[in-house]
Ligand binder design. Structure first.
Ligand SMILES: [Fe+2]
Length: 227
């Protein structure tokens, strides 16, 4: 188990299909439907997420309001970081589901990983990633990509990097379904033990699984496959 607290630095970002990472904008929907609850139990957070996805199918509205709800939840849920699993010694990563009901249009999990690179991919659903921990935990450098083809040829895609952002513990980022990124997870900037760094820890919310719209891109061969 990892013992730490959620960092107080509050930066929220959003990324769409254009690959431009920018500070998250305010939702246009009213928050009246989501009054603050105290204590904000996990069950109440899940219920608010359920109401949110019932009330709109607009990815941007969902990620903007879900980020506000996630901030509220994580500010009280110091126990979440203790749910992060130790990375597997072979894959250097590990996932622990917190909520998954196949009939529910979202799922919540925590993920831990040591320095490594991901492929270039889209999630196929709206998603929220909150980086947990403090300055002693790992970070992740995100590169955001966009498609530059007409999306008419099966398995063919021209993708190019458009922007990048270092995500530090305390940051939250929201992705629309068609946003594309790859990640370099990195150790803390001043990691005292580079051979055994503390992992990057994430609290993730993913919208309804959509395998047919979830792509892994090969930017060198201009191809993509479902994953
Ligand atoms: Fe991703």
């Amino acid at each position: 188990m990892v013992n730490s607290t959620v960092c107080s630095k509050l930066r929220n970002f959003e990324v769409k299909a254009d690959g431009i990472c920018q500070p998250m904008e305010n939702p246009s929907m009213s928050l009246d439907e989501f009054p603050c609850h105290s204590p904000y139990y996990f069950s109440r957070f899940l219920n608010d997420l359920d109401c949110l996805v019932e009330s709109t199918s607009d990815d941007l509205e969902i990620i903007r309001i879900a980020t506000i709800l996630t901030r509220r939840f994580l500010s009280e849920a110091s126990w979440i970081i203790n749910m992060c699993p130790e990375p597997d010694p072979e894959t250097f990563s590990a996932i622990h589901p917190l909520y998954r009901d196949p009939n529910c249009p979202f799922e919540v999990h925590v993920f831990s990983w040591l320095p490594q690179n991901s492929g270039v991919h889209s999630h196929g659903s709206w998603s929220i990633v909150a980086i947990l921990g403090d300055a002693s935990n790992g970070r992740e450098l995100n590169y955001f990509w966009s498609r530059f083809d007409d999306e008419k040829k099966d398995g063919y895609a021209i993708v190019k990097p458009v922007s990048k952002q270092m995500l530090e513990p305390g940051d939250i980022i929201g992705f629309t379904s068609d946003a594309i990124h790859n990640i370099k997870s990195l150790s803390a900037e001043n990691e005292p033990n580079p051979n055994h760094p503390k992992p990057t820890l994430m609290f993730n919310i993913f919208g309804k699984r959509n395998p047919s719209g979830r792509y892994m891109f090969n930017p060198f061969e201009n191809t993509f496959t479902n994953y």
